[in-house]
Design a protein around this ligand. Structure first.
Ligand SMILES: Nc1ncnc2c1ncn2[C@@H]1O[C@H](COP(=O)(O)OP(=O)(O)OP(=O)(O)O)[C@@H](O)[C@H]1O
Ligand SMILES: [Mg+2]
Length: 473
């Protein structure tokens, strides 16, 4: 994250001068506006007099004259929109729970990695601007009316890059091909492009190419005239005509039968359609956005997808990264789904729950995350969600969870593809991490650099696979 992060207003309330200075230095270097207070009274006074406009407050639990928890409670009493992150040297779960109950956004134990703090502060600030938007206060930092921001939740580096690309592309009329694993949000990306672009007042018509029987797909695409085949009892316009002036979203384009691909290509080249059984053609003006979870380059190589159509659609290629490559999005996505499914006062996730979620591989991506929140909401008791309310595979109680190593290759029972893939990729990851740690002689920073990951994510991966840096020194 670091340098490219959006600047936010951060208040640090910490009596230990060294700790306060270290935090201020790191967040200052990230480009945030940082203030430091050594005691809580002045902060309380500003809060009471409505002079507090911080996005994030970092609050030490052990403050002079007053417990940080009481300060935190006061923030909640006055309905402050700031996200409060608690700091403490005490590792007990009791303190963590107390903080979360009292309305903390997150809880960090000292000592901590500065980069870990950066990521949490960015999440917390985003959370705060969401709350401000909901409260009707237009945030200074977030553009609350931008469809890209409102449709796509996410603040990770990978997501910000994708959003910047969408921002540049939305106004242009080029064909776009969106690729990404199942559940990563391809459909939402298509929606954001349409809502943000010049055609937003016209329709966006989706067609799931994988869900239509081959015999009907021509008529769905190009339309038919009454009586052109058995069952064609009325005229049908077809999606090209319906989307005229707007956007046609061809979802799961990789599943389109090869014979239909040729006809689709012709329509794209000539910008006109001829309905089945009809004699005339009709000019259409559509922007085509296509999406696929199968790798189309691969499909072209295996003659399952026409190369000429691929080039036609792939004027601009967008890749939606899998969730495991953007773990920083997990807290904010979780908060989004909690609010979506539990209303205004949703329960909070305990720090352990967030921890378990950020150590999981998410083969089903954001869709799986949303389902895990639904699962947790159905099972949890009280105001916080503890890890045991999560599906077993995520909380680490499940068979083979955690270090996902392929161990049952020789078992008779066939594992479902996604699970088999997850295990194989887990095993690959573990071998890769071991190699890179050997190469760097146990230096985590060096190994992270070699792997092209930031240190926090790299550490999480090591932890997930139970790899101890010390053994490589
Ligand atoms: N960035 C995001 N912000 C909010 N919700 C998201 C985000 N990404 C995905 N979702 C939600 O996750 C679910 C899956 O997203 P979507 O249907 O767009 O995935 P997809 O990539 O099209 O998957 P598939 O290949 O299986 O069709 C949807 O309910 C969507 O609303
Ligand atoms: Mg989809």
């Amino acid at each position: 994250m670091g340098d490219e992060a959006t600047p936010f207003k951060v208040m640090v309330v910490e009596d230990d001068e060294d700790v306060a200075r270290a935090i201020a230095r790191k967040l200052g270097a990230d480009g945030h506006e940082v203030e430091v207070a050594r005691e809580p009274q002045s902060v309380m006074a500003r809060l009471d007099n409505d002079l507090a406009d911080w996005d994030v407050v970092i609050l030490d639990v052990g403050l002079p004259g007053m417990s940080g928890i009481d300060v935190l409670k006061h923030f909640r009493e006055v309905d402050s929109l700031a996200s409060v992150i608690m700091l403490t040297g005490d590792r007990t779960a009791a303190t963590a729970t107390t903080c979360m109950r009292a309305g903390a956004f997150y809880y960090i134990t000292k000592p901590f990695e500065p980069i870990e703090l950066s990521a949490i502060v960015t999440s917390a600030a985003r959370h705060s601007s969401l709350r401000k938007e909901l409260a009707g206060v237009r945030s200074v930092t977030g553009r609350s009316d931008d469809p890209i921001e409102t449709i796509l939740v996410g603040i990770s580096g990978a997501m910000r890059k994708l959003k910047a690309a969408l921002d540049r592309l939305a106004e242009q009329d080029v064909s776009i091909l969106i690729q990404g694993e199942s559940g990563t949000g391809k459909e939402l990306v298509a929606r954001a492009l349409h809502e943000r672009g010049a055609r937003r007042r016209k329709r966006s018509v989706p067609l799931n190419c994988g869900a239509i029987p081959e015999s009907l797909i021509d008529s769905e695409l190009f339309g038919h005239v009454k009586g052109s085949f058995t069952g064609a009892t009325t005229d049908r316009a077809g999606v090209f005509v319906e989307a005229d002036g707007g956007t046609l979203f061809l979802d799961e384009i990789g599943d389109m039968p090869i014979a239909v691909q040729a006809r689709l290509l012709r329509v794209l080249q000539e910008s006109e359609v001829r309905p089945l059984g009809g004699s005339g053609t009709r000019k259409v003006d559509v922007r085509v956005i296509a999406a696929s979870h199968v790798d189309l380059v691969d499909a072209v190589e295996h003659q399952k997808f026409r190369q000429d159509l691929f080039y036609r659609l792939n004027v601009v290629a967008l890749r939606v990264p899998p969730l495991r490559e953007r773990l920083d999005d997990i807290p904010i996505l979780a908060a989004h789904f909690l609010k979506k499914h539990a209303g205004a006062k949703p329960p909070a996730l305990s720090p352990e729950t967030l921890e378990a979620m950020s150590e999981y591989g998410w083969p089903g991506n954001v869709r799986e995350l949303e389902n895990s929140i639904l699962h947790a909401l159905a099972l949890h008791r009280g105001e916080t969600i503890s890890p045991d309310a999560l599906p077993p595979a995520i909380s680490g109680r499940g068979k083979g969870a955690g270090s996902a190593v392929a161990t049952n290759d020789d078992e008779d029972e066939l594992t479902p593809l996604t699970e088999a893939k997850r295990r194989a990729s887990g095993a690959f990851e573990k071998r890769y991490l071991t190699r890179v740690m050997e190469k760097s002689h146990g230096s985590v920073s060096e190994a992270a650099r070699l792997a092209g990951l930031d240190r926090t994510n790299f550490r999480r991966l090591l932890q997930r696979h139970g790899i101890d840096a010390v053994t490589f020194k």
